[in-house]
Every structure is written in C-alpha cells, then in structure tokens.
Design a protein around this ligand. Structure first.
Ligand SMILES: [Zn+2]
Length: 217
C-alpha cells in the first residue's frame, strides 16, 4: 500500500494547496476591498474637491456681488435726485450743520446756509441749471468763503458753494443741474472739509435775502 502512503502527503499537499488558495483568495478579496475602499476615498476626495469648487464658486459669486455693489455705488456717484422743488442737494455728503440759528450761539451766530461734511475733493454739483456769476478764491461778495462759486438761476435765485478745494467752472459758464462745479474743501473760514451751501434771493445774500436750502431737498 505504498500508494496510500503516497496519498496522504498528496492530501496534505492538496490541503496545503487549498490553504494557499484560500489565503490567496482572501488576499485577493482584501485587495479588492482595499481597492473599493480607496476608490470610495477617491470619491470622497472628489466630493471634497467639488465642495471646494462649489464654495469657491460661491466666493466668486460673492465677489461678483461685491463688484455689482461697487458698480451700483459708482452709479450713485451721480448727483442727488430732483425732489420736485427744482433744486437738488449739491452733494451726496450728509448735512452736518443746519440753516438758521446755531445751537449754543447767540443771534449773530445765524447760519446762512446748510453745511455738508464729506471727503476732501468730493464732487459738488450745481443744484440747479444756471450761469456762473462768481467763481473766485475769497473776497467780496464771498469773503470768508474761500474758494466759492455763485450760480444765477432763471427763477431769480442764486446758489452759493463755499470752502471748495477746487473749481471746474468759470464766470459766464452755463451749467446744467447736477454738473460738477468743483470739489469739497476747507478754504476760507473753515475748520474742516465741508460744503457751505446757500440759496440767495439776491446776489449779495445776507439777512432777508436767504432761503432755507433744506426746504428744497
Ligand atoms: Zn456753513
């Protein structure tokens, strides 16, 4: 029975082979699992990438929105709108001091116009179409007003723009409502950058010849 004896090792061998095969299959399975897992990781990674892409797209949208906001802000650097009075605010800057008796001052502290506080050089707009009758740096009839412009209007009134940093119109110029006539400054008797704006019923202004600008816009 030598064959039987031979069979045993054969069986053992085949058992060993079977074990090898199973191990190999297990190894293959593990490899497959690894591949699946790693491809899942890849998918997850792709998801993350697409998330990043999405968020960067969102950021781009935000930037675009900001640009749109900036663009609309630039569009707003147009003169203030008409309110029906025929006059417009001469600047986009806010009012810092009202026309009339100033608080804490006596009657002589009467404020002849409206002050607007803004950045140096910010545009000053013609409040109404008209003809430039004064464009000078101080001296009568705009003493103390520094660089000032006076525009005569068809309704008989005049608008005065004082303490300018620059002037872009000359005496005799016809100006349109909303046209830039100069930049905001602090020339003359002024303690800070602002526009002093008056509506006068006569060229020389003064008591009895002034209107409250704030009633016009
Ligand atoms: Zn003033």
């Amino acid at each position: 029975m030598p064959q039987k004896k031979l069979k045993q090792p054969q069986k053992k061998a085949s058992a060993a082979a079977e074990k090898q095969r199973k191990l190999a299959a297990k190894a293959t399975k593990r490899t497959t699992e690894d591949i699946v897992k790693s491809s899942e990781k890849t998918v997850a990674h792709i998801d993350k990438v697409s998330e990043t892409t999405a968020s960067s797209t969102e950021k781009e949208n935000v930037i675009v929105a900001d640009k749109e906001t900036e663009a609309s802000e630039l569009e707003e650097v147009k003169p203030p709108a008409q309110t029906g009075s025929g006059y417009i605010r001469p600047t986009l800057a806010p009012i810092t001091s009202h026309y009339g008796a100033r608080e804490g001052l006596d009657a002589s502290g009467f404020h002849k116009g409206t002050d607007f506080g803004g950045a140096p050089g910010s545009p000053i707009y013609a409040s109404k179409s008209g003809t430039v009758v004064i464009a000078q740096n101080d001296g009568a009839p705009v003493s103390g007003y520094g660089m000032a412009t006076l525009i005569q209007h068809e309704d008989g009134n005049y608008t005065l723009y004082a303490h300018q940093s620059s002037q872009s119109v000359h005496v005799g110029d016809k100006v349109s409502q909303g046209q830039v006539i100069g930049g905001m400054g602090s020339t003359g008797q002024s303690t800070g950058t602002h526009l002093h704006f008056e509506i006068r019923t006569s060229m020389y202004g003064g008591e009895g010849n002034l209107l409250n600008p704030e009633l016009f816009f």
